[in-house]
Design a binder for this molecule. Structure first.
Ligand code: QUE
Length: 386
């Protein structure tokens, strides 16, 4: 508010008048100076439009946004024919969950650590079970919490600006928001690779990895949105038809192979080992430039996160989305009671020194007992029930 008032004063000087005498300018100045609510929910006929509106924070998802979206989406499932979700700006769809607020609250014993993940996972589950077409426009950065807002939905549209990752092992967390459900289902152990290394997929690779269902040139997104919003009582097949048209017309990276194609056999082989130590062993034996690069990446991640993630992705292969989210909820609570999540957020997002001091610092010291504790049930009244 201070910043807005300050900018208003500057504007008054530029305009050479008082804004009091020009009331009609006030809404315009407001629009120029403030960015409005964190998420916009628009009723457009019998369609719903969700716009994530925190461009300066790369549209990162906070608890307020979850609390705004969830009840509206429940309502829309009963009275709308489709829902579109997008982010404001060209940089990001949604860069993740607001992990900074969560760790700050967690240190003070604030209920945000319980509430954020529980309510976020309820939303992820609703998106995964929605009866009407849900179309996520993944234009820009889509990581962590942003993946949870899209990947379980019926349609995910990538553009040349899409950048997808599950980078949580770098912040002492694990690929949550249903990562244990969609990652093991990617095939060829590519999900285990993405989960442990946080590897970023760009552009058409997001489609080739099976995360996106369609592509669209970024410049055509407004037209795509318009076409979808003008469909009369569409069935999923009608939505598919529109998306297929834009997909087939997309010009970017048209003849490009999947950038991971040369490494798929190595990914399949190395990342099928039944432990993190086993994966590291296979990468060392492989010895290629690609293997050495990945060994270096893994050596920077939280050892606890790596072991939790390996177990989580392995278990998730045989679980429903609901069971995956309930398991992940236990893991989030264990992370919030432990050390590395706070240290990872500090090093990556707060101090930005990118030198986290993990505890334990080596894989061998992440004991079976510690891992078992992470996966053990919470007190009955704290479990996530979906
Ligand atoms: C690893 C992560 C996250 C990350 C960076 C990493 C993550 C996350 C964010 C993020 C980004 C922008 C924001 C914000 C959070 O960054 O999970 O609040 O404005 O949410 O290297 O796992």
């Amino acid at each position: 508010m201070v910043a807005i008032c300050h900018r208003m004063t500057i504007l008054q000087k530029i305009l050479g008048c008082s804004l009091q005498r020009h009331q009609s300018l006030v809404p315009l100045v407001r629009r120029m100076c403030s960015s409005g609510p964190d998420v916009l929910l628009e009723d457009i006929g019998n369609k719903g439009l969700i716009t994530l509106n925190r461009p300066k924070a790369l549209n990162a998802l906070n608890l307020g946004m979850v609390r705004t979206i969830y009840p509206k989406l429940q309502e829309w499932e009963n009275n709308k024919s489709l829902v579109i979700i997008k982010g404001v700006g060209e940089k990001a769809f949604c860069a993740g969950g607001d992990v900074r607020s969560i760790t700050e609250g967690g240190k003070k014993g604030d209920p945000i650590t319980k509430d954020f993940f529980r309510e976020e996972y309820y939303l992820n589950c609703l998106i995964g079970t929605l009866e009407i077409p849900y179309i996520a426009l993944l234009d820009g950065i889509t990581m962590g919490g942003g993946v949870g807002l899209s990947v379980h939905g019926m349609f995910r549209i990538a553009t040349e600006r899409s950048l997808f990752a599950m980078p949580e092992t770098a912040i002492g967390l694990f690929p949550d928001v249903g990562g244990s459900h969609f990652l093991p289902r990617i095939g060829g152990n590519l999900g285990m690779y993405l989960a442990l290394t946080g590897h970023r997929l760009k552009g058409r690779d997001v489609l080739k990895a099976g995360v996106a269902t369609h592509v669209c040139d970024a410049v055509k997104l407004p037209e795509l949105e318009d076409t979808l919003l003008k469909l009369e009582n569409p069935y999923p097949e009608d939505v598919s038809e529109v998306l297929n048209d834009f997909h087939n017309a997309a010009t970017f990276e048209k003849d490009k192979d999947f950038s991971l194609k040369p490494f798929l056999p190595q990914i399949e082989e190395c990342f099928s080992a039944d432990s993190v130590e086993g994966i590291i062993d296979r990468l060392q034996k492989d010895g290629s430039e690609w293997a050495l690069k990945n060994l270096s990446i893994l050596s920077k991640m939280s050892p606890t996160s790596l072991k939790v993630t390996h177990e989580q992705i392995t278990r998730g292969a045989d679980l429903t989305l609901q069971e995956c989210l309930a398991m992940e909820y236990r893991l989030t609570q264990r992370c919030c009671e432990d050390h590395d999540f706070y240290e990872g957020v500090r090093a990556t997002l707060i101090d930005k020194d990118n030198s986290p001091h993990w505890q334990p610092a080596i894989l061998a010291d992440v004991t079976k007992e510690k891992l078992a504790h992470y996966f053990s049930p919470l007190a009955a009244d704290r479990e996530l029930t979906l």
